[in-house]
Design a protein around this ligand. Structure first.
Ligand SMILES: [Zn+2]
Length: 195
């Protein structure tokens, strides 16, 4: 049985594999878009170059920085508008040229500011659940297989409150109502039957 540390390590490897997979998909999408729209590649290269040029200017001629920034932003805006229109011409958006994440909150890292993300907590719970074999048990021991006839109707002489080993029928009705009200009656609930 895997320890919690092993489970965490396994999940972090899964996040790593997921990010690698998404990065590969992005490269493929970009190559396909560049093939269809060569102008988009030119624009992307120009936008990268503009950023580098501005950084150099800021370092070498700080006095001219303000004018350079205004000019760069105007040029960036113009190119981004052209890029967006080109992408839209083939039914895409700029988001299609960005990484996609299963969890936008933590960007598939499992953490936000060094705090475990809810998706990481859920993965840990799922793995612990799988490991416990409860999932397999619930496939068999659920309300679909529940049969109240298996329980004795006779009242226990010792306890004299409820029939010995008999589930409270009121409770059973409540459970069945609960089951029916959830997910169209497909929800299962583990219950023990008389041996
Ligand atoms: Zn997350």
């Amino acid at each position: 049985m895997a320890t919690r540390t092993q489970i965490y390590k396994e999940i972090l490897r899964e996040y790593d594999a997921l990010r690698t997979e998404q990065a590969a998909k992005l490269r493929q999408r970009k190559e396909e878009i560049y093939r269809r729209l060569p102008r988009v590649r030119e624009i992307d290269e120009t936008l990268s170059m503009l950023g580098v040029q501005t950084a150099k200017l800021v370092l070498l001629k700080p006095g001219d920085m303000q004018d350079a920034l205004v000019e760069m932003r105007a040029k960036q805006k113009e190119l981004q508008t052209e890029r967006r229109m080109l992408l839209e011409s083939i039914g895409l958006t700029p988001a299609d040229m960005e990484l996609k994440y299963v969890c936008e909150t933590c960007k598939d890292t499992g953490y936000v500011d060094n705090v475990p993300c809810t998706c990481l907590k859920q993965k840990v719970m799922d793995k612990l659940y799988d490991q416990s074999n409860v999932r397999d048990i619930v496939k068999v021991e659920n309300f679909d297989h529940f049969d109240v006839r298996l329980y004795s109707e006779q009242v226990s002489k010792k306890k004299a409150f409820l029939p010995e080993k008999t589930p409270c029928r009121f409770c059973v009705r409540r459970w069945l109502l609960w089951k029916t009200s959830l997910m169209g009656g497909r929800t299962s609930c583990f219950t023990a039957q008389q041996a």
